[in-house]
Design a protein around this ligand. Structure first.
Ligand SMILES: [Fe+2]
Length: 293
């Protein structure tokens, strides 16, 4: 075991790692230890890091291929894989917008992110926490009947609908261009999918861009999704991460939901760098025809 310390944050979510410069993940033995930890805790916080954009990309590549965001106007000028969340410069992005709502990133893509990485450069004294909630906790609490109802079902997700909710960053939110629209067809993901690393059946769903569930009326489907979301985000089981400058957080976007808390952009500065690791196409936990009774 390399010389660093770990601290479980909650029994369901998160592990804090101190005394490890993440540049040392170039060592395959250390990287293997870290991957084991993320499989167990779903979210890791490396304390006291100081990474430039290229070093953040290098870190991200330890876990897979970096993904890019559809809103390219907010990406780092020299590193398109790095998304800048900031009110410090004029490239204001994602401050107090739909990120305040619970979600999993990029569910509207055919290959949603596997992992999301955030690195804190400037943090407000008050607000701008990142909150996490475990889909796996609720999966484990589902009855056999509830699982049977979800198994083999596909939910529909629409980026066009999500974009329409980005009202809080007006006037910077432009209508989607024809190219962006062409890159954003509706997608279909199984509600119960197979985690590619663990092989476990996992619950995977997103509310903000969900349009429905195949085989269910829209009202019933959205009611089911909302009900599950409410269970997942039960405040008694949420972990709210209070950021410190230098924190580097990576989480499994397939097993956790996340949301941000509000902060006052007139009073405080916030600058975060974000990357995503491209994920696999979600695989249903059973062949889809098995659900069609
Ligand atoms: Fe997000």
């Amino acid at each position: 075991m390399a010389q660093y310390t770990t601290r479980e944050i909650t029994p369901e979510i998160g592990c804090e790692i101190s005394g490890l410069d993440v540049r040392r993940l170039a060592d395959p033995a250390i990287l293997a230890e870290i991957k084991t930890l993320i499989g167990k805790h779903h979210m890791l916080c490396f304390k006291d890091q100081n990474l430039g954009a290229q070093e953040l990309v290098d870190f991200t590549e330890r876990f897979g291929e970096p993904d890019s965001h559809i809103l390219r106007q907010y990406t780092h000028r020299d590193h398109p894989a790095v998304y800048v969340i900031s009110n410090v410069e004029d490239r204001l992005a994602n401050v107090n917008d739909v990120s305040l709502n619970w979600h999993t990133d990029l569910a509207f893509k055919t290959h949603p992110s596997a992992f999301v990485v955030l690195h804190a450069e400037k943090v407000p004294e008050v607000g701008a926490d990142t909150c996490f909630a475990s889909m796996q906790r609720v999966y484990k609490a589902l009855t056999d009947e509830e699982k049977a109802r979800l198994r083999g079902r596909l939910a529909t997700y629409s980026y066009v609908r999500l974009h329409a909710k980005r009202t809080r960053i007006e006037p910077l939110t432009a209508p989607l261009s024809p190219q962006q629209l062409a890159e954003s067809p509706d997608v279909y993901h199984p509600l119960l999918r197979r985690h590619p690393d663990t092989g476990e059946e996992i619950l995977y769903l997103n509310l903000p861009d969900c349009m429905g569930i195949e085989g269910f009326a829209e009202d019933e489907a959205l009611g089911m999704i909302k009900g599950l979301f409410d269970r997942i985000t039960d405040p008694a089981h949420v972990y709210a991460h209070k950021w410190s400058v230098g924190d580097l957080v990576i989480w499994d976007n397939r097993t956790l939901l996340h949301s941000a808390t509000w902060f006052d952009p007139e009073r405080y500065q916030r600058r975060m760098l974000r990357t995503c690791v491209k994920g696999e196409k979600p695989m249903p936990s059973v062949p889809l025809q098995a659900a069609a009774e």
